[in-house]
Structures are given as structure tokens and as C-alpha cells.
Design a protein around this ligand. Structure first.
Ligand SMILES: *Cc1c(COP(=O)(O)O)cnc(C)c1O
Length: 402
């Protein structure tokens, strides 16, 4: 059983399911939107219908579909009143958009560590980082696992902070007590980029908890112009973040697949998690009661350091897994290790050394973390167990080679 990277037979002889997936529903949706004759939201129904269905599924009041998840965050921050000079606390372990959106609107992102089990933002670290200019917290539901929303809400109430949910990984996720993302009373931002759990190639959405915020989100995403305006009344400095009717139509069809796919992913992720824990070579993201429904955008884990064994090179492990036919990736870099994080407006209350010292979990994820694409969880149980088999094979070979 030579490693596939060295010319051996890969664990996977057949590929995992493709992503994105589509069928006659998406084809019909595209034709439906085409035949509307008007292809933007102001004269079509596709955005409105999709927003309503998406808001309903997530227990939100309403929604505004936008061109991508990054701009969704920018608009949500602006609608929440965040701007130049304000600080926003974000998890250090996330995709760059979480912090870059803050910078784009003139606010400063302050990175704090995540919890070692769920890999979601650590409420104690949030509390410790609050300063006189702190105005908001971005709660990233990592890989689809909801944050500890109760602790964050308590902190936000005490310190008069706004919570924005970054739900780019969390389509259809539900929290403690079966609570929908829209029921937490805060704006939530989604992405429909090609990798995400529902996609139109690109796209995003801001889920709104009330009419007042929906109107502000609409304004900021519609070049500052109120609905129905005919006299060029641009009341705020916004941007054009509107989504085309084609994309909205595809997303309506994609939404129809979400719940069934989430059931399959949860089933297979549970099986994989149990198998990996028994195997004892890696530690998967822990699922707590905060993840009542976990849609598994990623299956995330870290390589264990086993006593008496050499430490494996994470990047080499990922390359070997890919050769075995497993869609594996390196986990995110900690934000403060990325050059743009230190560009204007850069944090002044922390430096790189302090960030590293304060964020051991994010450091560990960046060095030892691996994630598996959710499409690998959409197959059979045997398909899923092949992931564990590939990890065991790669581990055995690399340890033996040292
Ligand atoms: C994908 C992603 C985004 C941004 O979404 P885009 O649609 O790619 O702009 C934001 N936050 C997180 C955590 C993401 O993974």
C-alpha cells in the first residue's frame, strides 16, 4: 500500500460527489428568470421570492440578497452604525473577509482567539479585548457550528455592542434549543460563493431581524437610494451590491436542496467523527449543544502530536490526502499573520507578538489544522469511512518514513 503521492493506488478509486450540484430545478429557474425579460431586482420577482424563502427558513424577519458575502458584511456593519474609528472584535481564525469588511468601512478589526473545542470565537477573549472604541462583535459560525450566542449576547448587552453574525458557513444551521440564525435579533451575513453550501457561483445575503434594519441594509446596498425613489435621493453613501435575477433564481433552486443535504452531511460527519476519535490520530471540531443543526461546511480537524512519534508536516499530510483522492485543504491562517490585517485602519492596541501570545488555538489551527470539503460528506457511509482510511494510511506511512 504505497502512498498515492509516490505512485501507489489511491484510497479513492472513484471521485466524491461534484460541487456545485444542479438539476432541472436550476435549469428551469434560469429560464424562468430569463423569460422575465427584466434581469434586475427592481423589475423582477426572483430576488424577492428568494429572500422571503431564505428568511423564513432561518427564522428571520426579512433579507436582502447581495453580490457576495464580503459586501454583505460591509453593508451589515454600516447598517448597524459601525464606521471610521470604531473597533470590531473578530475571531482570529476565520476567512479574511470577516476582518477586511471592517477595514473597508474604516473600522478596525481586533482579532481574538477561538475556543479549542468548537473553534468559534471565545466569549472570554471578547470580554478581555473590549476597549473604549469597541462597538461590535462579529460571530463567525465556524464550519457551520453556531457560536455561543448566549454568552456573546450577555457581553454585548453589558457593553452596548452590536453583534453581526458571519454565517458564510452556516446555511440552515440552528443553535441551542433549535434556534434559527434569524431569531437571535442580529444581522446575519451569508455567502453563496462557489464552495459554499448553496451557491450561484457568487452571491450573498444579509438576514435582517426587523424592518428598520432591512431598510438600512437596502439603502447601503442600493447606492443609498430608497425603494421607489424617482428623483435621485441618495441618503447615505452606499454601494451597488444588488444581485442579478439569474443568480437569485438559481439560489431558490439551491435552497430546495439544503435540508436534505444537511441531513446527509450530519449523518456522515457523525460517523466520521466517531471513527476518527477511535483512531486517535487527529482531533475533530467538537460539536456542542450550540450546534443543534450543523450543516458541516467543512469537516475540520487538527493533527495530534502523539507521544514518542515525530511531528508530521501538516502541508505534506494535506498533499498526501489530496493524492489519495480526498478533497483536503490547509486550515485558515490566523488573521494577524496576513499582511492586509495590518493595513489601514490597523489595530494600535496590539502587535504581532501579543496576538500570537493571546491566540494559541488559532495558532495551532493555522499550523496543524486541516479541513475536508463538504462534498466528501454527501456520499455513502463507505465513502465517508474512506476519509478515515486515507488519514490512517497517510499517517502510518509518514511516521514510518521518519
Ligand atoms: C466565504 C466567506 C466570506 C465571504 O464570502 P464571499 O461571498 O466569498 O465574499 C465571509 N466570511 C467567511 C467566514 C467566509 O468563509
Amino acid at each position: 500500500m504505497t502512498l498515492a503521492i509516490h505512485g501507489g493506488t489511491p484510497v479513492r478509486q472513484t471521485p466524491y460527489p461534484d460541487w456545485p450540484q444542479f438539476g432541472v430545478e436550476e435549469e428551469n429557474a434560469l429560464l424562468r428568470s430569463l423569460h422575465q425579460g427584466q434581469w434586475w431586482r427592481m423589475q423582477g420577482r426572483e430576488n424577492l421570492d428568494f429572500e422571503q424563502a431564505f428568511a423564513q427558513l432561518h427564522g428571520g424577519h426579512s433579507a436582502f440578497a447581495v453580490s457576495n458575502g464580503t459586501v454583505a458584511l460591509e453593508i451589515a456593519l454600516q447598517a448597524a452604525g459601525i464606521g471610521p474609528g470604531d473597533e470590531v472584535i473578530v475571531p482570529a481564525f476565520t476567512f479574511i473577509s470577516t476582518s477586511m469588511a471592517c477595514q473597508r468601512i474604516g473600522a478596525t478589526a481586533i482579532a481574538v482567539d477561538v475556543l479549542a473545542d468548537t473553534l468559534c470565537i471565545d466569549p472570554a477573549a471578547v470580554l478581555a479585548s473590549i476597549g473604549p472604541r469597541t462597538r461590535a462583535i462579529i460571530a463567525v459560525h465556524m464550519a457551520g457550528h453556531l457560536c455561543d450566542m448566549h454568552s456573546l449576547a450577555r457581553i454585548a448587552d453589558q457593553h452596548r455592542l452590536v453583534i453581526i453574525q458571519d454565517a458564510a458557513h452556516a446555511h440552515g444551521a440552528r443553535g441551542l434549543g433549535d434556534t434559527g440564525i434569524g431569531e437571535y435579533g442580529s444581522l446575519a451575513c451569508f455567502s453563496f460563493q462557489n464552495f459554499k453550501l448553496m451557491t450561484a457561483g457568487e452571491g450573498g445575503l444579509v438576514l435582517c431581524p426587523n424592518e428598520e434594519l432591512r431598510e438600512k441594509v437596502f439603502l447601503y446596498g442600493n447606492v443609498g437610494r430608497p425603494l421607489g425613489d424617482r428623483s435621485y435621493q441618495h441618503t447615505v453613501v452606499g454601494t451597488n451590491a444588488r444581485l442579478s435575477e439569474f443568480s437569485a433564481a438559481v439560489l431558490s433552486a439551491q435552497l430546495g436542496r439544503l435540508e436534505q443535504q444537511t441531513r446527509v452531511r450530519q449523518h456522515n460527519a457523525h460517523l466520521l467523527g466517531e471513527t476518527l476519535v477511535r483512531q486517535g490520530l487527529v482531533t475533530p471540531q467538537v460539536r456542542t449543544a450550540d450546534a443543534h443543526t450543523h450543516p458541516y461546511y467543512m469537516f475540520l480537524f487538527t493533527l495530534d502530536d502523539l507521544p514518542g512519534q515525530p511531528q508530521l508536516d501538516r502541508n505534506q499530510v494535506v498533499d498526501c490526502l489530496v493524492a489519495e483522492g480526498i478533497p483536503a485543504f490547509r486550515a485558515y491562517q490566523a488573521l494577524y499573520r496576513i499582511p492586509s490585517y495590518w493595513q489601514a485602519p490597523a489595530p494600535t492596541r496590539q502587535n504581532l507578538e501579543q496576538c500570537i501570545a493571546a491566540c494559541p488555538v488559532s495558532e495551532r489551527m493555522a499550523q496543524r489544522g486541516i479541513w475536508i470539503h463538504h462534498r466528501a460528506l454527501l456520499g455513502t457511509e463507505q465513502d465517508t469511512l474512506d476519509i478515515a482510511a486515507a488519514i490512517a494510511k497517510v499517517h502510518q506511512h509518514l511516521v514510518g518514513a521518519q
